[in-house]
Design a protein around this ligand. Structure first.
Ligand SMILES: [Zn+2]
Length: 173
């Protein structure tokens, strides 16, 4: 375990005790002598149930949500690590509430919210499948706020396109 203070990987456990579903350990860094606490818990799928549109329930399926994300992010400049991070964020938010049963719609909305911030193309892809737009006007309604935001942001020049002349200044000597 890397010490949070001096980042040396050299510690001893000075105390261990059960803390609900976790084990709480007090550790002492042998490098700097400071103490810190870690919690160890079993990795498991959260015990969530999903309420489907037709009212039936099914177990929360992390892999299914990952597939949805992966499809939306296909060939987008978002690395797999980031995808898994988003997936984890979604799961954390779902398990943060005490609700054991969550409507599938709430999960879909959460995924949309995350994708919207991450990658607009992925967001539109996911939204078009998930929302199952009935016609073009419904789709336009959905993307309109995003487009106007973009237009506002577009007023500023894009970074990195122009090389600044001062970058070519000679190195002194
Ligand atoms: Zn240390």
């Amino acid at each position: 375990m890397e010490c949070p203070f001096c980042h040396q990987d050299n510690d001893k456990v000075v105390d261990s005790r059960a803390s609900g579903p976790a084990i709480r350990r007090r550790r002492e860094c042998l490098g700097c002598g400071r103490r810190y606490t870690t919690y160890e818990r079993a990795e498991s799928e959260p015990r969530l149930r999903v309420i489907k549109k037709d009212g039936t329930r099914e177990g929360y399926d992390r892999a299914k949500i990952r597939r949805g994300l992966a499809l939306a992010l296909h060939r987008r400049p978002v690395p797999t690590e980031r995808l898994d991070q988003i997936l984890q964020e979604i799961q954390d938010e779902l398990t943060a509430t005490d609700d054991v049963e969550i409507p599938s719609r709430a999960i879909g909305d959460l995924v949309m919210q995350k994708l919207r911030k991450e990658d607009q193309v992925a967001y539109v892809r996911f939204a078009s499948v998930y929302r199952d737009f009935k016609d073009v006007s419904e789709f336009v309604q959905e993307v309109q706020p995003m487009l106007s935001q973009r237009a506002a942001a577009g007023a500023a020049p894009e970074k990195g396109k122009e090389r600044n002349a001062s970058d070519n200044r000679p190195t002194g000597g």
